[in-house]
Ligand binder design. Structure first.
Ligand SMILES: [Fe+2]
Ligand SMILES: [Fe+2]
Length: 254
């Protein structure tokens, strides 16, 4: 079985790229199941019903979110309507939505858990304790964890923390793909960040002129999504018949 994880989808152009390309990627890589982080699908922040429908109709099975989960209020309705969208598990108790989901695929139960980091991020509950409390009670053959976090150290630590109990721990949020994909010693597939799906000629998907000006002047202004060609970043994790990962490969499609 091959599972594709798609990095933070940025804007309608990023979502459109998934919509146009996913069919071919699935064929080329023999993909059985698709997870996409889409916390930036709606004009850079949050997700709308239109974005979610586009991604799900294209063949995405589960959508994960992050620090922009509630930037568009549509998501509350999508949670109510049982869309396969999850928000970080370690958000404050009582937050709408679920932190994990289990889906059936080719006779296997696949769990996807979403977590958010605490280093250089907004306050949240401890991702380590939250996932530890939850993972033992999940009845699934395969467990994928999207750790939406800024600090590479926090992400690496969580990878080792879950080695042997999760099938794959992949990072999102920085929008920059890292080259440290590996199989950890107890057979968890790991990568610090899978990257972004959005405009290439940009700073993390946003217009580079605005980003440069903000750094130079220190005056706040609104980001705008960049235009032009997109790239799709992600990983493909191959599992054997015992549901153990045997390969983790980065993809970067332009
Ligand atoms: Fe984020
Ligand atoms: Fe993001």
């Amino acid at each position: 079985m091959n599972i594709l994880c798609i990095g933070d989808v940025v804007g309608h152009t990023g979502a459109e790229m998934v919509s146009c390309q996913l069919k071919y990627i699935k064929q080329d890589y023999d993909i059985d199941f698709v997870i996409a982080n889409a916390e930036n699908a709606a004009t850079g922040n949050g997700i709308t019903k239109e974005n979610a429908d586009l991604l799900l109709n294209a063949g995405v099975d589960v959508i994960t979110m992050g620090n922009h989960t509630f930037s568009k209020k549509d998501i509350i309705k999508l949670f109510d309507e049982k869309y396969p969208i999850i928000r970080p598990l370690n958000m404050q108790r009582g937050t709408p939505g679920a932190g994990y989901i289990i889906k059936n695929c080719a006779g296997r139960r696949i769990a996807v858990i979403n977590l958010i980091g605490r280093v250089y991020m907004q306050p949240s509950d401890c991702p380590f304790l939250a996932v530890k409390d939850c993972i033992g009670s999940i009845d699934a053959d395969i467990i994928f964890v999207d750790f939406h976090a800024e600090a590479t150290s926090e992400k690496k630590a969580l990878g080792y923390f879950l080695d042997g109990s999760a099938t794959c721990v992949f990072g999102t949020h920085t929008h920059v793909q890292t080259a440290d994909e590996c199989l950890l010693s107890k057979k968890t597939a790991y990568i610090t960040d899978i990257g972004m799906t959005g405009p290439c000629n940009s700073v993390l998907g946003m217009k580079k002129d605005i980003s440069i000006r903000k750094f130079v002047t220190m005056i706040n202004e609104r980001y705008e999504i960049a235009e032009g060609n997109c790239s799709l970043n992600g990983i493909v994790v191959s599992l054997n018949s015992d549901n153990l990962p045997v390969k983790i490969n980065r993809i970067n499609i332009k």
